[in-house]
Write a protein that binds this ligand. Structure first.
Ligand SMILES: [Fe+2]
Length: 217
């Protein structure tokens, strides 16, 4: 069983040095560094499949991107790409079912629900401290609105930290900013904010066992 194949290699990379600049958004041309990161992820998946080896290569690609000038003014970048009601802004995407790169922002006092993504994913912390918890799920075979979730890993991610998760059912976590705003780069195999993927995602209530449509990432 792959149940415990879940996450999670946790790697520490050197904190990124950042400089000034600006990136772009839907409308203006995309920053080449974002596209190169997707290209590196694509090469990793082609070479290794969705494996630890590929995830580690993608962790490296995100660490390289973290040092790019385009990431210096996170707030402005986020504002240009913001998605209403989400904690993530899409920086570059190869479509709803394709590789997608995001800038995520979490504010203290707003822990996410226990939620899935319908995809594997890799995150890299740019700034702040993130209380990250990974969950395992046992679905109720007789009732799709019921599932039991349990914590299997909890950690505090700091700048330069990276973690990854595998496709469903290994794609469930919670995140909460500790102390101040958390900024992260995230790269997934699908665009989890696209309407077609969003419609397949779920939030899980650990206390009641309830499963509901996603309302927040
Ligand atoms: Fe998430």
């Amino acid at each position: 069983m792959r149940t415990l194949r879940i996450i999670a290699l946790l790697l520490l990379f050197a904190s990124p040095a950042v400089a000034a600049s600006a990136a772009t958004a839907p409308g203006p041309p995309a920053d080449p560094a974002f596209d190169e990161t997707l290209a590196a992820a694509s090469r990793a998946i082609e070479r290794h499949g969705i494996t630890d080896s590929a995830m580690v290569e993608i962790q490296g690609a995100l660490a390289r991107l973290a040092a790019q000038p385009a990431l210096a003014d996170r707030a402005a970048l986020y504002a240009r790409h913001a998605t209403a009601g989400a904690n993530a802004a899409v920086l570059a995407s190869r479509g709803a079912e394709g590789l997608t790169l995001y800038l995520s922002r979490f504010q203290p006092g707003h822990a996410t629900a226990v939620h899935d993504h319908e995809s594997w994913g890799v995150l890299h912390v740019l700034e702040g401290r993130d209380h990250y918890i990974h969950w395992a799920v046992d679905h109720d075979a007789a009732d799709s609105s019921r599932a039991e979730v349990r914590q299997i890993l909890g950690t505090f991610l700091t700048p330069g930290s990276s973690i990854y998760w595998f496709p469903p059912p290994h794609d469930i976590h919670t995140q909460e900013a500790v102390d101040g705003t958390v900024w992260e780069l995230v790269l997934t195999g699908r665009n989890f904010l696209s309407p077609s993927v969003l419609a397949r995602r779920h939030a899980y209530d650990p206390k009641t066992g309830g499963v509901s449509p996603i309302t927040t990432r």
